[in-house]
Design a protein around this ligand. Structure first.
Ligand SMILES: NC(=O)c1ccc[n+]([C@@H]2O[C@H](COP(=O)([O-])OP(=O)(O)OC[C@H]3O[C@@H](n4cnc5c(N)ncnc54)[C@H](O)[C@@H]3O)[C@@H](O)[C@H]2O)c1
Length: 325
């Protein structure tokens, strides 16, 4: 078993690589970014050294195919993507990375010369805004009405995964996270709760750029869920909602202030509601994949604050400049 993780230097990627390497699995990472900076924040140097690194872009069809075929890859966790703000600003460039890049991953799996399983990140952004639905928890059978280019691209990827199973028998699992939070989350609109936790530890003011509700999922759980979906012997093109804890941003700030009283008044939340329905039913995921973890929101926030605090103490936090993209 040899596992390729695309987008491995990103937030979820770093935690997925850590979860795989801790199981003793052979991991190869692929990303335009050669620097495992996020993995270094959460894993010991010995683990970081064990992960093979390849710098390259997901749009490079020939390179990706060669990597999968010649590298003996049997499993792929596909996370490489650009996020919602980038896709809204540059839909063409966003589609090349997110849609063509995902097609490349599936073509590389098809042409590997051996069976290759794929777990890939879809997104809750395949849902439209809350007003587009009648309330209640959305199941995988509800109609997708994405209102952003990013969500439309993710919907296309789910469709292409189905087509690759129908025509080539490639089994895959797509997961739909909403707001993943924790150490390493610093890109995309929904990075703000994590950036706020980081600012609180640094004693800096921070304004979360959105308000209203988010469905929040602790990054370590999300990474573990990707790994469990990758290793589950599911045949077909599966797509699963991912559960989490729904919270108003003002309530998030109150929990933060309770966990870290010295940060009182530093963090505020102002801006629009993220245009994605927040209540997802994850019965299907639990029915098909055993032992999906769930860290309650407050516990995940506490763990994140502790990890940021440990990084701050060893001088490894201030250098991690946040990227508002
Ligand atoms: N974080 C969330 O809340 C969330 C929610 C829903 C879905 N997702 C999806 O999960 C996946 C990972 O998200 P993340 O939060 O870790 O994002 P991230 O931005 O932290 O990581 C993405 C990684 O992909 C890499 N990448 C970007 N363009 C690339 C390209 N052209 N070729 C190769 N690598 C490229 C980046 O360098 C980065 O390391 C993405 O597919 C994202 O759409 C994330």
């Amino acid at each position: 078993m040899r596992i390729l993780v695309t987008g491995a230097q990103g937030c979820i990627g770093a935690w997925v690589v850590k979860a795989l390497a801790e199981r003793g699995m052979e991991v190869a990472s692929y990303d335009t970014d050669p620097d495992p900076a996020r993995l270094r924040m959460i894993a010991p140097p010995e683990l970081v050294r064990r992960v093979a690194r390849e710098a390259g872009s997901i749009e490079d069809t020939a390179r990706l195919k060669a990597l999968v075929r010649e590298g003996g890859i049997t499993h792929i966790v596909h996370l490489a993507a650009v996020l919602m703000p980038f896709c809204q600003a540059q839909p063409v460039a966003g589609a090349v990375v997110n849609v063509i890049g995902t097609l490349n991953v599936f073509e590389a799996a098809r042409d590997a010369g051996r069976p290759v399983r794929v777990a890939y990140a879809s997104s809750a952004a395949v849902w439209g805004p809350e007003e587009a639905y009648g309330g209640g928890r959305l199941t995988e059978d509800d109609p997708l009405k994405p209102s952003t280019h990013y969500g439309v691209f993710k919907q296309a990827n789910e469709g292409n995964a189905r087509a690759f199973f129908a025509s080539d028998g490639i089994s895959s699992v797509g997961l739909r996270p909403w707001t993943v939070f924790g150490v390493g989350r610093d890109r995309g609109l929904t990075a703000d709760p994590s950036l706020a936790l980081r600012a609180a530890v640094l004693g800096q003011p921070y304004q979360i750029r959105v308000s209203g509700k988010m469905n929040m999922q602790y990054v370590e759980d999300v990474a573990e869920t990707f790994v469990r979906c990758l290793l589950a012997p599911l045949e077909g093109a599966w797509v699963f909602n991912l559960g989490g804890d729904i919270v108003e941003m003002d309530a998030f700030v109150r929990i933060l202030e309770r966990l870290r009283p010295e940060a009182a008044g530093l963090v505020t939340a102002r801006g629009p509601q993220v245009p994605v329905a927040w209540a997802m039913d994850d019965t299907q995921l639990h029915a098909h994949v055993p032992d999906i973890p769930h860290t309650p929101l407050e516990e995940g926030m506490r763990k994140t604050l502790e990890l940021f605090e440990a990084l701050r103490r060893r001088g490894a936090l201030a250098a991690n400049v946040s990227k508002h993209t």
